[in-house]
Design a protein around this ligand. Structure first.
Ligand code: HEC
Length: 484
């Protein structure tokens, strides 16, 4: 009797001590109260929470969904489908959405409750959100990928945001929310381009009639220019001049394209208050330039338009035929050949511009349905184009002018309504608008918003390697090669 009376309290104390050991704050010796932490230390607070709640399934031996949470650099890398944290943006970080918004069969079941474990209480989820919104920093105060050199910029046209991506790790490292900067939900960012020195980036907002200028180091908004329905952008290779074309809306034709001084964002000298007048009222969308000439395309009239950069004046027009509907342009690295996607006839027109005053169409290459943006490889050997209406893409051999590869798909593989394309170190990246929803997002977070995508395509097999979910209706994509 006496013995039992003694053993019981001893057992109770032992259990209590063991429980406290497991939950204690390494400094204070008590359990961490996550609602009260003001000075967040990664190892002490965040890693401690991951160790307690997550690393049982997200470690080196068992990295569920390819995600390790046992050290900060793995947390930063995210999962095999890039689901992790977006510094400063808890709302769009998959890690947070898993813990607070996950649905299973339509029912709210926050992770890891979907895996038969207890979901985290709000003091913990709010704490993790505060850590991410503070930059998801490590003990040294570093933000994930703050030292990465190359960046991809993807416009999420229906989400009023721009995703900045590390092309090598292939994760979203920053999300620029235009509504937080005072622009409307229908601002419709369409394309980013960079200054040649890599110091600044510019984005066109079709719906807000603005082109914005950002500092490429800290992504601070610096200034803006106003012009109707700006769409594609082309920066002069050495001078401070940025050309701006128009949105492809046949109901809203214009009689000019626009040019600004990219330092001041004021109308460029030599223009009529920024406007460069063109012969007809038309939809001037496609845009590309070299040091001396600017090329645009009239979508309705079917002309390739040549503008003299020095005088800012119309030089000549090459009629391709109104049925062809030339949409987008790419220039070979030697500036001798212009490639034009023609959505009316599903071809790439090859135009000899070795004498820009006398351009000549030399070939029409049949591709998929509605060829959209084009990109030439660094060496000029290949032309890449995504076909907007057939959910596939073509690789064209620039020597033989034939389609070398046709990447077919039904959209469910991630490349749903391809729009933009760039090549980086021979890796290819396409954006997918996915406005049909053919690509189903990996997780159900309880709304029907379609995720736009960026897909990474293998440089020689051309197989889709990774799909990154970004914002609704991903359009233009640009590459920043880093600061010299
Ligand atoms: C019992 C095991 C288990 C625990 C505990 C667990 N996870 Fe997971 N986690 C998984 C599995 C399995 C998946 C893949 C789920 C799927 O594919 O539907 C997953 C997926 C995820 C994903 C999505 C990755 C992606 O991009 O597909 C995130 C983010 C995540 N977990 C974070 C956490 C965090 C944070 C914790 C701790 C709070 C945690 N997990 C705890 C097993 C677990």
């Amino acid at each position: 009797m006496k013995k039992i009376a003694l053993i019981f309290p001893l057992l109770a104390i032992t259990l209590l001590v063991t429980f406290c050991e497991k939950n204690k704050d390494p400094l204070s010796g008590g359990e961490i109260d996550y609602s009260n932490i003001t000075d967040i230390k990664y190892s002490e607070h965040v890693q401690a929470l991951f160790n307690k709640e997550c690393t049982g399934c997200h470690n080196a031996q068992q990295a569920s969904a390819g995600l390790r949470l046992d050290a900060w650099n793995y947390v930063a890398l995210g999962s095999e489908t890039a689901g992790g944290v977006i510094p400063f943006d808890s709302q769009n970080s998959r890690l947070m959405r898993m813990l607070t918004e996950l649905r299973v069969n339509g029912q709210l079941k926050p992770h890891p409750a979907d895996q038969g474990r207890a979901a985290l209480d709000t003091s913990k989820t709010n704490f993790l959100a505060r850590w991410i919104d503070g930059g998801a920093k490590n003990d040294a105060g570093e933000v994930p990928f703050e030292h990465s050199h190359e960046h991809l910029y993807v416009c999420n046209q229906n989400a009023a945001s721009i995703s900045i991506i590390d092309p090598h790790a292939f994760v979203v490292i920053r999300n620029i929310d235009l509504q937080e900067l005072g622009y409307p939900a229908n601002a419709q960012p369409h394309l980013v381009t960079l200054s040649p020195d890599g110091e600044f980036w510019y984005v066109s907002l079709i719906g807000a009639n603005k082109v914005l200028k950002f500092d490429a180091h800290d992504n601070e908004l610096l200034s803006e220019a106003s012009t109707p329905v700006p769409a594609l952008l082309a920066h002069h290779p050495t001078e401070h001049v940025l050309y701006i074309s128009r949105f492809m809306d046949p109901a809203n034709p214009q009689t000019s394209i626009y040019a600004v001084d990219s330092e001041t964002m004021q109308p460029a000298t030599g223009t009529n208050n920024g406007n460069i007048s063109l012969p007809n009222s038309d939809v001037y969308h496609g845009l590309v330039m070299d040091a001396n000439y600017v090329y645009t395309a009239s979508l309705a009239g079917g002309n390739i338009i040549v503008i003299n950069h020095a005088t800012k004046e119309f030089l000549t027009a090459l009629p391709l035929g109104a049925n062809r509907q030339p949409l987008h342009l790419a220039l070979s690295p030697d500036s001798q050949t212009l490639y034009v996607s023609c959505i009316g006839t599903d071809e790439i027109a090859v135009v000899d511009v070795s004498d820009p005053a006398n351009p000549a169409a030399v070939n029409f290459i049949p591709v998929g349905l509605d060829p959209w943006h084009l990109h030439t490889s660094h060496d000029g050997d290949h032309i890449y184009v995504g076909n907007n209406r057939s959910n596939d893409f073509c690789v064209i051999d620039a020597q033989t002018l034939t389609v070398q590869f046709f990447g077919a798909g039904d959209g469910s593989d991630g490349l749903s309504i391809p729009h933009g394309v760039v090549a980086v170190d021979h890796n290819l990246y396409f954006t997918g608008q996915n406005n049909t929803g053919d690509y189903v997002p990996k997780y159900d977070f309880g709304n029907n918003r379609f995720a736009g995508t960026v897909v990474m395509v293998h440089p020689s097999t051309y197989a889709i390697q990774k799909v990154l979910e970004v914002g609704d209706f991903a359009t233009g994509i640009a590459i920043h090669h880093g600061h010299p």
